[in-house]
Design a protein around this ligand. Sequence first.
Ligand code: NAG
Ligand code: NAG
Ligand code: NAG
Ligand code: NAG
Ligand code: NAG
Length: 622
Amino acid sequence: GCPPLGLETLRIDDFQLHASTVKRYGLGAHRGRLNIQAGIYEDDFYDGAWCAGRNDPFQWFEVDARRLTKFTGVITQGRNSLWSSDWVTTYKVLVSNDSHTWITIKIGDEDMVFEANQEKEIPVLNELPVPVIARYIRISPRTWYENGSICMRVEILGCPMPDPNNYYHRRNEITTTDNLDFRHHNYKEMRQLMKLVNEMCPNITRIYNIGKSHQGLKLYAVEISDNPGEHEVGEPEFRYSAGAHGNEVLGRELLLMLMQFMCQEYLAGNPRVKHLVEETRIHLLPSINPDGYEKAYEVGSELGGWSLGRWTHDGIDINHNFPDLNSILWEAEDRNWVPRKVPNHHLPIPEWYLSENATVAVETRAVIAWMEKIPFVLGGNLQGGELVVTYPYDMTRSVWKTQEYTGTPDDHVFHWLAFSYASTHRLMTDANRRVCHTEAFAKEDGTINGASWHTVAGSINDFSYLHTNCFELSIHVGCDKFPHETELPEEWENNRESLLVFMEQVHRGIKGVVSDVHGNALQNATILVEGISHDIRTAIDGDYWRLLNPGEYKVTAKADGYSGSTKNCDVGYDMGATQCDFVLSKTNLARIKEIMEKFGKQPINLPLKRIKQRARQRRRQT
Ligand SMILES: *[C@@H]1O[C@H](CO)[C@@H](O)[C@H](O)[C@H]1NC(C)=O
Ligand SMILES: *[C@@H]1O[C@H](CO)[C@@H](O)[C@H](O)[C@H]1NC(C)=O
Ligand SMILES: *[C@@H]1O[C@H](CO)[C@@H](O)[C@H](O)[C@H]1NC(C)=O
Ligand SMILES: *[C@@H]1O[C@H](CO)[C@@H](O)[C@H](O)[C@H]1NC(C)=O
Ligand SMILES: *[C@@H]1O[C@H](CO)[C@@H](O)[C@H](O)[C@H]1NC(C)=O
């Protein structure tokens, strides 16, 4: 069959949509797009469908394809609304080349009446009995839900006819020169593609899994690094993940494309990709919720509606399923317990969450174990249904507020990270682009603080920041959660630069190694930056990475039993983290303890003064 014209993807612009009458502006023809979402208030300016101004059989909704098109089908939904129930139960279809003379689609001599919707959300596809060629197409509702009004959301299936002189089509066309596998990949195909890339680039890739889904599908990850399988001292670790909502599938395909692209470009000697691979350990986890994905994949790109496959098999929304550490931190802050009694970072997971009775998806537990095992520095999780990058916190401080700007102590860094993706995306910051649903994020530079959009407890971003060293952001890669396969090359072009630029940001700020005077690495040492109430810790090899914007910083390294050490570390505008190593010496108290342990239970005759003297001598010698 033919692909969608793009009412949902916005490839069809508002001026191509017309209607006989409209109920009000917020329900105008420009809102008659498949899967469009209403605002949360009744009578919202941006509402959830086209609704006719009158309920009679003379209404129509029209799409101007702006060129001759072979129309093959129509998909409809009712109105997205919390308040009302409106959908069309039968309609006729008309086509025209000039929008004056209309031909009704017939079956034999009779006008064909298509059976449409029985409720508001499930898309219903009607194929035309034979494809018809025309420029305009009209849907003319005949009957509708008896207690509702004429309201529809629509997608049209059609193939553009060859027309070398068509101005509009050429203007909108984006092509790619990258030779990637631009298809949707189900579980089996994804695994095959990973294997293929692994065979093509064995020196820089490794496939592993972080656990299994509820239904037993493996959560596959691909590592891209010049030393796959190993953490190299000083080399930061980066992660992209996607598909926590199984029906938001573009992120999954973008990561599979990125994997192919990195392999091909590495082999071709692309210096930028080589540099990334050599200086970074990159992990790609394309499908956090493979069970949900398989459900969405089965019905395909147009018929899943807005939510089929969103949840795990046992009905859990992974995006709200991480432990809420925000409440714990904020309560401690209100009592003035931070950082003396309660740390401002690496907050432990509460007991109840770890109990097997807690409503936690196996997929969430697998991701948490992954986050704890690898010393990630920066991460992005790809989502769908919007075009915006969100940064933490995702949760408001007051439970009564559903929307309120709630920045972390690293707000400036997070904003920069979000902007680095948004500003290099082909559309995200384009102020002329049409909004996906109700909010004009492009006007806010394509980024938004999560909590100021809508509050969420237990997000991966907040958890990552409060429980690990890793700074994590959510990247919403498109209005359409499950774009048609034919959209994938253009989506790759939209996102390719952003995907690379965002990974490169892992090399911003300072990094280094904390060791003792003998050169032994100090694991779990704390790195404090003056003025930012959020510390980070060194990894097993004593290495650390602290993302920071350009500026001058006073940085302190601390470890139990060692005297703290402070130095000034400057971060410049050029890419590449500033090296800032620390050597810590034992505190006198720790030395005394050590000596006492050596002497066991024997009484120590050395007076304290002499111990201190010796210690000083020893320090001078080393
Ligand atoms: C529109 O024009 C094309 C090309 O001339 C023709 O094949 C097609 O049948 C016309 N469609 C209608 C509905 O008149
Ligand atoms: C429509 O509303 C009437 C009155 O409230 C109710 O009796 C009837 O069952 C409704 N029809 C449907 C199909 O829900
Ligand atoms: C992998 O590395 C080995 C050793 O350096 C080299 O001989 C081989 O050509 C590399 N393979 C590929 C596919 O790059
Ligand atoms: C979990 O639930 C079972 C059955 O309801 C109960 O017997 C058990 O004590 C619970 N365990 C915990 C740790 O709460
Ligand atoms: C890391 O150090 C902190 C105190 O500085 C301590 O509470 C924590 O238990 C240590 N963690 C590990 C894994 O050693």
